[in-house]
Write a protein that binds this ligand. Sequence first.
Ligand code: ZN
Length: 284
Amino acid sequence: MDTAPDTPHVLVVGIDGVRLDLLPELHTPHLDAIARAGFLAPVEVDSATPTMSGPCWATIVTGVGVAKHGVWGNRLHGNRLDVFPDFTTRLAADRGLRTFAVGGWAPLFLAQEGGPLFVAPTRLGYVAPREDTPQGWEEADGRVTTDAEHLIGLDEDLHAGFVYLGAVDETAHFLGCGPEYRASIEAADARLGRLLAAVRRRPAYADEQWTVIVVTDHGHRDEGGHGGRSPQERTAWIAACGPGLSADAAPPVLHHADVAAQVYTALGITPDPHWTLDGSPFGT
Ligand SMILES: [Zn+2]
């Protein structure tokens, strides 16, 4: 065989604004499978961090908190992402690894509103929603998933990717956490299933070791909306499976900043002390 066996790879799927307390009622077989193979556990957005997408996603993908990355809202102006880059950028720039980031929320991917959060992965994909409606966002997430399937399937040297799904959060903002919101979470789970299938279709899958992390940034009030400190807003969650992440090793306490730390660890990279990560690998 030409390929080295057991090469590590990581897929992170970010689903915006998914309430933990509603998951047991919903049909989410792909998330359930990850939880069974590893864990699904709550994350409390820490008191220094607004329960907003900008700061929470910045913490998740940089591994440092708001005091360092400087993203305090959904406008990313004044950030210090040049010092504290996201993992797709750092892996590409420092380690020469192949990474991607794809999604439909502009500040994460475009030089708009002080962005992008993902500065320089090796592949960057932005899919603009046709219109700012729940349906427009569902269509965008569908196309984001298709793009990510292609990236996962095409790049045999891919090491790490981030897929952002935004329709769930938008649906809550428009319609509250009712039946449409619940259906949107189930649609996101189906898209997660497509991504996992794309991983399993990779030609060298048998020789690869994949870590899959699924994470949400914050919750929502019943009527839709977030930014405050109610339990519904500040409770997020992480699900993960992969080498070293067994079901009986669910970490007692998880933080959003742990996601980037786990990405590095899964790839066999010991974080440089100069990165001053605030997160730790899961379970440590
Ligand atoms: Zn939101």
